[in-house]
Design a protein around this ligand. Structure first.
Ligand SMILES: Nc1ncnc2c1ncn2[C@@H]1O[C@H](COP(=O)(O)OP(=O)(O)OP(=O)(O)O)[C@@H](O)[C@H]1O
Ligand SMILES: [Mg+2]
Length: 336
């Protein structure tokens, strides 16, 4: 079970080390996960059943949904697995695929069924399960939704080795980009005026209008029963340029740090000036893939340098001061 020291604020602080921004999503996920485990602890005392709050993460591509869930598993120390909804939809035997996911959860718990029954399953790319008419029924996203909602609700699932795993207390987190949802919401949201204090009312309107309603998700293509199993919905924001700069440099295992380490291993000190991060972030904003393009852009800048360095053992320092100019090489014994 969850360690006593793990509170919502502990979880958020942990996430902050790796995930930049997305404060609302962090808080919502932290509180949901925390109360989930509190509820389980309580239900074990007085043997009541819990009502589960599975979570849906919605947000543009490359904004940290998958990253947050992976980081979360590190913070909690409970068994955690990720499944791709797209892979489930491509499989001919959905139930077998789902069994395999649960089997992985048991493996993560070191074979301990009881521990795995309090784990977390993250189902990514859930938006790709939207119902369409042009697929044969057996592999349609809709049938995957039906299969998933059974285990999300809580069921005893027989695993390959004949053991059963009860999914009642397993927390399910679903994530997806939901391209096009924004437009659906703008058509369905009709909150324009609320008669309370003006300042408050603006904030309230912004809040209401950014809320994803279950009906928006139906319109998008999720079936009502499925949406009903995801009572907590939180949104990830588009990453701004300053945030992209922070992502390059701040996280514990940031891209900059990663490459500095590679150069250190070559006996070279790499310095990238702040302007370069700004330039890279600017290009990344253009690419519209969130933080996803940052690594490639940075790598492109570094590759020619990493090509030169191993042949020149006297290079001790490299400074990059712009994306558009050659780097400066500083050699041992030479004064610049
Ligand atoms: N908020 C963030 N903080 C730090 N790094 C981030 C953040 N968002 C994205 N990244 C970086 O971008 C990469 C892609 O992010 P991630 O896989 O979490 O995107 P996603 O939101 O799941 O997108 P998709 O909807 O396409 O699956 C991550 O590996 C991470 O390095
Ligand atoms: Mg993802």
């Amino acid at each position: 079970m969850l360690d006593k020291a793990i509170t919502p604020s502990f979880i958020v602080k942990y996430l902050d080390q790796y995930v930049i921004g997305q404060d609302d999503a962090k808080k919502t996920v932290a509180v949901t996960v925390y109360s989930h485990f509190r509820k389980i602890a309580k239900s074990q005392q007085d043997s009541t059943s819990i009502s589960k709050s599975n979570v849906l993460l919605i947000g543009p591509t490359g904004t940290g949904k998958t990253l947050m869930c992976e980081t979360l598993s590190g913070a909690l120390g409970v068994p955690f697995v990720t499944a791709e909804a797209t892979a489930l939809a491509q499989s001919r035997y959905v139930n077998e695929e789902i069994e395999a996911v649960l089997q992985r959860l048991v493996d993560k718990a070191g074979g301990d069924i009881v521990r795995s029954q309090n784990g977390i399953v993250f189902i990514d790319e859930i938006d790709k399960l939207k119902a369409t008419d042009d697929q044969p029924r057996s592999v349609s996203g809709e049938s995957v939704q039906h299969a998933l909602l059974k285990i999300m609700e809580g069921a005893a699932v027989k695993l390959g080795n004949g053991q059963y795993i009860d999914t009642t207390n397993i927390l399910f987190i679903c994530g997806g980009a939901f391209v096009g949802l924004e437009e659906i919401m703008s058509q369905s949201n009709t909150y324009r005026y609320i008669s309370i204090l003006k300042d408050e009312s603006q904030k309230m309107l912004a809040r209401l209008n950014s809320r994803v309603k279950p009906t928006d998700l139906f319109t998008f293509g999720l079936i009502p029963e499925f949406t009903g199993r995801l009572p907590v919905i939180t949104r990830f924001q588009e990453l701004s340029k300053p945030m992209l700069v922070r992502i390059l440099t701040e996280p514990k295992n940031s891209i900059y740090e990663l490459f500095r380490q590679i150069f250190r291993n070559e006996g070279v000190e790499l310095t990238v000036e702040p302007r370069v991060f700004e330039q890279i972030a600017e290009i990344a904003v253009e690419y519209k893939t969130g933080a996803r393009s940052l690594r490639g852009l940075f790598e492109e800048l570094i590759t020619p340098i990493l090509y030169v360095v191993p042949d020149n053992r006297d290079i001790e320092r490299v400074v990059i001061s712009s994306v558009f100019t050659d780097p400066s090489y500083f050699r041992k014994g030479a004064s610049a």
